[in-house]
Design a protein around this ligand. Structure first.
Ligand SMILES: [Zn+2]
Length: 837
C-alpha cells in the first residue's frame, strides 16, 4: 500500500515495526500492521489536525518534531522540501545532480515512512550554494516556487505551518534556507485568496492556515548561553522526548532512525532517551499556551456530519480488541459509509483512504498483484498472479478486480472464508502508449533553477504515480469497498528471502554511452562505443549517431540484432573532431521498424530505497580542447571523492592514485605533479604524517597542487609551506567576472595562454573556501567576487618553495572537469606544467 498512499498524499501508516525487524534490505516490502500499530492508526484516524513543516533541502527537516506530531499528537504531518537536494555531494555512490536528487527524494520518503509524515516538493532545482535569498529567488522562478508552496498548502490544508528557517536572517545561512521561510510566509497569506493562482482551483480549493511558527534553536542565537537568555515569551516549548510503549521506542529514537535514512549524506544518527526540548517561535496567528492546535477543533465534530463518525470511531478506539482487531469491523464499516457521505471533499478523501487501510489491517486481508517479470515494454503481455485472503471471520467477498492502465476487469464473485486463499493467473496487456517508468520532473529538460512539469496535477508529488495498478472490489458484508494496490514484482532471493521490487515499464530499446563527456585534446579520431539494450525479445534494427556539423562520424549506420530481452549489442563509431576548439552533443538513434529510440535507461539500486528507473535522453558531450601540456605523470591523493583523476586521464595525463601510507620522498620523485583531491586535508588522517614528505618533494623541484579544504577540521595546522589561512570565502556565481591580477605569471601564459574565454560556461560556482590571508611568498593570480561583495584574490595562489612550486586553489575544477569545460582544463594543465620550461 506504501506507494499509493504516498502518491495520493494520504495519511501514511507507520511501518516502523517492519523496518526494525527486517532491516533496510526490505525497504520495498509492503507493510503489514500488528494489533498495536492498528490501534495507533485508529487514534490518528480520530485526529483531524495537520502540520506542514517547511525547509529547503532533504535533511533540513527536524525529524524529532515530525515524529512528535505524527506519533504523540496523532496529527497529519508533512515535510515540504523546496528542492530535492540535487546540488549536494553523494557519499554512497557516483550519482550526482538529478540522479542524486532522485536518491534523496527516496531517502526522504524512507524517512517519512519511519517518522509517519508525508512528503512534498516544489519544482525548484537545487542549483548549489547561494549566499542570499535575492540571488536564490532570481535563479529559481520565484513566482513558480511560490505557486507550488501555495498549492501544497491548498492541497494538504495544514492548520499549522512550521518553518525550519528564519525569514528575517538573510545572509546568515544558505540563501535557499531563508527563501524557504520567506516563501512560506507569503504563501500563508495567499493560499486563502481565490485571486492568487486561480488556475489551481480547478483541482483544489483555497485554505487559510491558523498559525506559522519558526522552529528556532540555540543555533540561530550563536550559542546555548545566548539562547538561554533570549526572551521566550513568543515561544512555545515542547518536550519531544516522549516514550511510546506501543512501539517500544522514544520519540528521539524514532527520529534518529528516520534521520539515518539520509545515507547519501552520511547522516547516520543515534537515538536518545529522556526529555528533549524544541522551541517554536510564533510568527503569524495568535499565541497558544501549550499546544500548536490550541483553539482549533481537531475532533470529528470539526466537519459537518462528523459528529456521528466521531462517536462510532471513539468507541472503536476505546473498545479495541488487541487479540482480535476484526471485532471492530462492523463499526469501522459503518463509519466508512458515513465518511462517504461527508460534504467536505478534503477530509472525505483523506479519511476514506485511511479507514480503508485500517479495515484491511483489521481483517488480516492480504491482497496482491504480482507481475512475473520485473519490467515490460508498451504493448507487451505480462503474466500476473493475483492473491486475496481474508484472515478473519468477518464476511468478506471479492467481487471483481480491475487492472490499470488498460482498465480490463475480471469478475470473481467469491466469498473469502477465513484463511482460505484465492489466487488467479492472468495476463495484463500493456497499451502500446504506456509511459516509461521515470520521475515526472525529469521528463522535460530542466533549467539551472527549475524543473519543468507539464501536468499541473503532478506538481508537488514526491514521485510519479504508479500506472500499473490492481483495484480489488471487495464486499464487506454488503458494503463495497475498493482497495487499490500497485502491481509489484517479487522473487525469492537465496540470501534475503522474499524480495519485492517495483514493476517497471521500460523502453523497447535503450541506448547509452560509457561516459557523459569525451574530451579530444588532439584533432585525432577516436572510437566511441554505444551500448544498445533490448527491452524485449528478438530485436533487430539500426543505429546511427548525430552530432554538430564540425564533427564527422563513421560509419553512418550500424545494424544490430539482439535475441533476448535484457541482452545488449555494442557498436563502435569513429569520431573525428574538428581542428579548432569546439563542442557538440552526440545523440544516438536506434531505429527499430519505423520507430526511433534515443533514451538511456538508468536503474539506481540501493538497499535503503526502492529500485529507481530513470529514462532520459542519451547524449555524449564531445569537446575539442586546444591544449598544450608539459609533464605527463600525476600522483593523485584521493580526498572526499571527485572525478578529477579520470578527467585528467581524458586529456592525456597518466594518473596514479597514491595510497597515503606509501607516500615517501622517493615514491614521489617520479611525478611531474602531485595533486590532492578535494578536502584531502579534512578526511585523510594519514596526511598528518606525510606532509613533511610532500613538502620535501616540492623543495626538491616537485609540484604540489592542493585543491580546496574547509577551514574546520584540518588535519594539519597548515597544508602549505608558508603561512596560509583558509576562510569561508566563496564565489557562487559561476559567471562572476574574473580579473587577472598577475597577468604575466607563467600559470596564465604557459603553455596555454589563458584568456577571459577560458572562464566562460563554468558551472555551479567559481570556487569555495578561498584563503583570505597568505604570506608574501604566495602570488595571487586571479581576483573575483559575487555581486555586491569585495573582490577576493585567494582563488589561486602560487608559491615557489625550494626548487619546486606549491599551488593552493579553491577553484572548483572538480565541478568543471566532468562537464568538459575547456578553460578549466587549460588552466589546470598550466598548473601542472609550471616550472617545466
Ligand atoms: Zn539545507
Amino acid at each position: 500500500m506504501k506507494k499509493t498512499i504516498i502518491l495520493h498524499s494520504m495519511p501514511k501508516i507507520l511501518s516502523l515495526f517492519l523496518f526494525l525487524v527486517l532491516g533496510y534490505t526490505q525497504a520495498q516490502t509492503p507493510e503489514k500492521l500488528n494489533a498495536s500499530e492498528i490501534h495507533q492508526e485508529i487514534k490518528k484516524l480520530n485526529f483531524l489536525g495537520s502540520v506542514l513543516y517547511v525547509g529547503a533541502h532533504p535533511d533540513d527537516e527536524n525529524t524529532r518534531l515530525i515524529s512528535y506530531f505524527a506519533n504523540e499528537e496523532k496529527a497529519r504531518v508533512a515535510y515540504l522540501s523546496l528542492t530535492r537536494g540535487d546540488g549536494g555531494q553523494n557519499l554512497i555512490g557516483p550519482e550526482l545532480r538529478e540522479q542524486l536528487g532522485l536518491i534523496r527524494t527516496q531517502e526522504l520518503l524512507a524517512a517519512r515512512n519511519i517518522d509517519g509524515g508525508e512528503q512534498f516538493f516544489t519544482r525548484a532545482n537545487d542549483f548549489g550554494y547561494s549566499k542570499t535569498p535575492e540571488e536564490t529567488l532570481q535563479i529559481w522562478d520565484k513566482d513558480k516556487v511560490l505557486s507550488d508552496v501555495v498549492l501544497t498548502i491548498r492541497k494538504f490544508k495544514p492548520d499549522v505551518i512550521i518553518n525550519r528557517f528564519d525569514h528575517r536572517s538573510p545572509g546568515s545561512t544558505h540563501g535557499h534556507h531563508t527563501s524557504s521561510a520567506m516563501l512560506s510566509l507569503e504563501a500563508f497569506e495567499l493560499a486563502a485568496k481565490p485571486s492568487a493562482y486561480p488556475e489551481q482551483l480547478n483541482y483544489t480549493s483555497v485554505f487559510q492556515p491558523k498559525r506559522v511558527f519558526f522552529n528556532t534553536s540555540y543555533w540561530f542565537y550563536g550559542s546555548r548561553e545566548a539562547f538561554e537568555e533570549a526572551d521566550k515569551s513568543a515561544m512555545l516549548s515542547l518536550d519531544v522526548g516522549v516514550y511510546f510503549p506501543e512501539l517500544g521506542l522514544s520519540n528521539s529514537e524514532i527520529a534518529a532512525i528516520s534521520r539515518s535514512q539520509h545515507q547519501s549524506q552520511g547522516f547516520g544518527s543515534t537515538g536518545t532517551r529522556g526529555e528533549s526540548r524544541e522551541y517554536l517561535e510564533l510568527i503569524k496567528g495568535d499565541m497558544p499556551q501549550a499546544d500548536v492546535f490550541e483553539g482549533i477543533n481537531t475532533s470529528w465534530s470539526r466537519i459537518e456530519g462528523g459528529e456521528e463518525i466521531g462517536e462510532i470511531l471513539g468507541q472503536v478506539e476505546s473498545e479495541f480488541n488487541f487479540r482480535d482487531p476484526s471485532q471492530s469491523l462492523p463499526q469501522l464499516i459503518e463509519a466508512y459509509k458515513l465518511i462517504q457521505e461527508l460534504k467536505n471533499d478534503h477530509w472525505r478523501e483523506v479519511k476514506s483512504q485511511h479507514i480503508k487501510e485500517i479495515i484491511v489491517a483489521c481483517s488480516g486481508l492480504f491482497l496482491e498483484a504480482v507481475a512475473a517479470s520485473p519490467s515490460a515494454t508498451g504493448g507487451e503481455q505480462v503474466p500476473l498472479e493475483l492473491e486475496a485472503i481474508n484472515r478473519s471471520n468477518f464476511p468478506i467477498s471479492l467481487n471483481s478486480v480491475e487492472l490499470s492502465p488498460n482498465n480490463s476487469q475480471i469478475e470473481v464473485k467469491k466469498a473469502l472464508d477465513n484463511n482460505q486463499s484465492w489466487t488467479e493467473e492472468l495476463r495484463l496487456r500493456l497499451p502500446e502508449s504506456a509511459e516509461n517508468t521515470s520521475p515526472y520532473w525529469l521528463k522535460d529538460e530542466s533549467t539551472n533553477g527549475m524543473y519543468k512539469v507539464a501536468n499541473p496535477e503532478l506538481i508537488g508529488l514526491p514521485e510519479t504515480p504508479v500506472q500499473t495498478r490492481a483495484r480489488f472490489r471487495m464486499d464487506f458484508n454488503g458494503t463495497e469497498i475498493e482497495i487499490e494496490k500497485p502491481i509489484i514484482h517479487k522473487f525469492n532471493d537465496a540470501v534475503f528471502g522474499e524480495t519485492y521490487r517495483p514493476f517497471m515499464i521500460i523502453p523497447e530499446v535503450s541506448v547509452s554511452f560509457e561516459k557523459d563527456v569525451e574530451i579530444f585534446e588532439k584533432a585525432e579520431p577516436r572510437s566511441i562505443s554505444v551500448v544498445v539494450t533490448a527491452g524485449k525479445d528478438s530485436l533487430k534494427g539500426s543505429l546511427r549517431l548525430e552530432a554538430g556539423r564540425n564533427w564527422k562520424i563513421l560509419p553512418e549506420e550500424a545494424s544490430f540484432k539482439i535475441n533476448q530481452k535484457g541482452g545488449t549489442a555494442i557498436r563502435t563509431f569513429e569520431i573525428i573532431p574538428p581542428e579548432d576548439q569546439d563542442e557538440t552533443f552526440i545523440k544516438p538513434i536506434a531505429k527499430v521498424g519505423d520507430k526511433e529510440y534515443s533514451d538511456k535507461l538508468i536503474q539506481i539500486d540501493y538497499e535503503h530505497i526502492p529500485l529507481q528507473n530513470l529514462v532520459i535522453p542519451a547524449k555524449l558531450k564531445a569537446v575539442r580542447i586546444k591544449i598544450q601540456k608539459k609533464g605527463e605523470y600525476i600522483g593523485y591523493i584521493d580526498g572526499a571523492g571527485d572525478a578529477v583523476p579520470q578527467s585528467l586521464e581524458q586529456i592525456g595525463y597518466r594518473v596514479e592514485h597514491l595510497e597515503p601510507a606509501e607516500i615517501s620522498n622517493e615514491s614521489l620523485e617520479k611525478f611531474d605533479a602531485v595533486v590532492t583531491g578535494i578536502r584531502a586535508y579534512n578526511v585523510v588522517e594519514e596526511l598528518k604524517y606525510r606532509q613533511k614528505d610532500l613538502l620535501e618533494y616540492v623543495k626538491n623541484g616537485g609540484n604540489l597542487i592542493v585543491q580546496y579544504n574547509t577551514n574546520r577540521g584540518l588535519i594539519v595546522d597548515n597544508p602549505a609551506p608558508f603561512p596560509l589561512q583558509i576562510s569561508r570565502d566563496r564565489v557562487t556565481d559561476e559567471k562572476a567576472p574574473v580579473n587577472f591580477v598577475t597577468k604575466d605569471h607563467p600559470v596564465l601564459n604557459k603553455p596555454n595562454k589563458i584568456t577571459e574565454r577560458d572562464f566562460k560556461n563554468w558551472v555551479q560556482e567559481r570556487g569555495l573556501y578561498f584563503p583570505d590571508q597568505w604570506s608574501e611568498e604566495f602570488v595571487p593570480i586571479l581576483s573575483m567576487n559575487d555581486e555586491g561583495e569585495e573582490p577576493t584574490q585567494g582563488s589561486l595562489l602560487v608559491a615557489k618553495y625550494g626548487d619546486g612550486y606549491f599551488i593552493y586553489t579553491g577553484l572548483s575544477f572538480f565541478r568543471q572537469f566532468p562537464e568538459g569545460i575547456p578553460g578549466a582544463y587549460r588552466l589546470f594543465a598550466n598548473m601542472v606544467s609550471i616550472g617545466k620550461e
